[in-house]
Ligand binder design. Structure first.
Ligand code: SAH
Ligand code: SF4
Ligand code: F3S
Length: 444
């Protein structure tokens, strides 16, 4: 038996890519291990979106040099950093055996086989018009009740701060029939919830002649027997159509949560970011979403310290947050990345200012998250039970339809079931509750 260890950094798409790599290599006799010391093959699946992500990958890579000196092990780097640096990595890192770009996951088994046989070092980072990995079936992981399904790959938006389109290539939608078939298979294997993945799912179908659009795709998935819940990520606000917003009120399996990154509340900054919406247009979409689906949970991504961001621009972001009240948000200091348009912009914001703005913003978000979570206390929510707590066999955890973590008493027999839970306490990152029987669900 050969053992594979995968270390993943980055977004959900990257984690899904790791699952695909594991699925492919399992077919060639590898088994996943979480013991690095026991591995025969180590893959670092990397992210390049911010400098911090790059540093984490490098520091992990540094540790592997020792492993390679001690015994025979194949070491590969995949993902966005691999795409960015290509064969330069082979020159820079002597203990590295292969570099695998974002469009070449399907080639992983043959590359590993070649290295096993001949010890050649390989770098494969070519871009393809059709990305074959879109069609790699990834069986549900043992004991998991939710699964990710890629519906499109790449991005055509070129936000000026973002390196993703440079490393993932142009937008490509996967045929709807293939998506539906994969979800049917997953449902038959016990999956109850699917998370549809794409850099901008709202433009699903645009690059595929005769394809249904995203709302129609959601309706098709809503009809699949066995699937109880549908989620998706990510949505670009400029492409969020009224038809899609309506789905939240009309498709019973579509969960009441949307991740809708705003990035900034200042129109001046939004223009320089090339986001192609104004703060007022964003707020209007939030109002429409809430009209179709009262109580919908809205989360966001926000960047502070974008080049040229003045104090007054930052204040506009806080003002927007006060108007929307996001359920949660992920906030980042602007990070300079090679090749992005914003690199040419004037008005670099110093680290100290970025840090101050980030902590102010995160304090506002924490207040809002608590406010939203506390408003749920006393109500009953549907929870899809995902697992038993690591520390207590009689404590279970799952998510509400609005994507909030809910902990309550129970045991492993509830995993995969949807149970009504009365919320008794609210915290910044989770809710606590008690199981209710025979009661109507009152909140999402
Ligand atoms: N496709 C997704 C997100 C991709 S990257 C979308 O459009 O929403 C995830 C988040 O990282 C972005 O939403 C943005 O907030 C952040 N990000 C991207 N590039 C960044 C940079 N150079 N510095 C800081 N944050 C960045
Ligand atoms: Fe990056 Fe913008 Fe594309 Fe998202 S939509 S991946 S932020 S370029
Ligand atoms: Fe994802 Fe990071 Fe690449 S966010 S698409 S792994 S740069």
């Amino acid at each position: 038996m050969k053992y594979l260890y995968i270390q993943t950094f980055g977004c959900q798409m990257n984690f899904h890519d790791s699952d695909q790599m594991a699925a492919l290599l399992e077919r060639s006799g590898y088994r996943i291990t979480d013991d690095l010391a026991a591995s025969d093959l180590v893959i670092i699946n990397t992210c390049s979106v911010r400098e911090k992500a790059e540093q984490k990958a490098h520091s992990f890579m540094g540790r592997l040099g020792k492993l390679k000196r001690e015994r025979r092990v194949i070491i590969g780097i995949a993902g966005c950093l691999a795409q960015q640096w290509g064969k330069e990595f082979l020159a820079r890192i002597p203990h590295l055996d292969f570099v695998l770009g974002t469009h070449n996951i399907h080639r992983l088994p043959e590359i590993v086989e070649e290295i096993e046989k001949s010890g050649t070092r390989v770098a494969e980072t070519s871009f393809h018009e059709k990305v074959k990995s879109l069609e790699i079936y990834t069986p549900s992981r043992n004991g998991h009740v939710t699964s990710c399904v890629t519906i499109m790959q790449g991005c055509n938006n070129f936000c000026s701060f973002c390196i993703v389109p440079h490393l993932r290539g142009r937008e490509e939608s996967r045929p709807s029939g293939h998506i539906v078939d994969e979800i049917r298979r997953l449902a038959a294997s016990g999956i109850r919830e699917v998370m549809l993945l794409g850099q901008n799912v709202n433009s699903y179908g645009n690059t595929l002649a005769g394809s249904p659009g995203f709302p129609e795709l959601l309706a098709m998935i809503n009809d699949i027997e066995g699937v109880e819940r549908i989620r998706f990520t990510t949505s670009h606000p400029k492409d969020l159509s009224e038809d899609l917003m309506k789905c939240f009120g009309s498709l019973e399996k579509l969960c009441e949560h949307i991740h809708l990154p705003v990035q900034s509340g200042s129109d001046r900054v939004l223009t320089r970011m090339n986001r192609r919406y104004t703060s007022e247009e964003y707020l209007e979409k939030v109002r429409t979403l809430r009209a179709y689906c009262p109580g919908i949970s809205i989360s966001s991504d926000i960047i502070v310290g974008f080049p040229g961001e003045e104090e007054e621009d930052f204040q506009k972001t806080i003002d927007l947050m006060e108007k929307v009240i996001f359920d949660t948000s992920f906030s980042f200091k602007y990070s300079a990345r090679p090749g992005i348009v914003a690199q040419e912009f004037e008005g670099r914001v110093d680290e100290k200012t970025k840090s101050r703005r980030l902590s102010l913003l995160q304090a506002v978000q924490e207040r809002h998250t608590l406010q939203v979570n506390r408003s749920l206390v006393g109500g009953i929510v549907d929870v899809l039970v995902e697992s038993v707590s690591r520390n207590d066999a009689f404590e279970i955890t799952g998510r509400s339809r609005s994507h909030k973590i809910v902990n309550f008493s129970g045991d492993s027999s509830s995993i995969g079931r949807i149970v009504p839970v009365r919320i008794t306490a609210a915290f910044a990152h989770s809710l606590r509750g008690e199981r209710e029987s025979g009661r109507e669900v009152t909140q999402c």
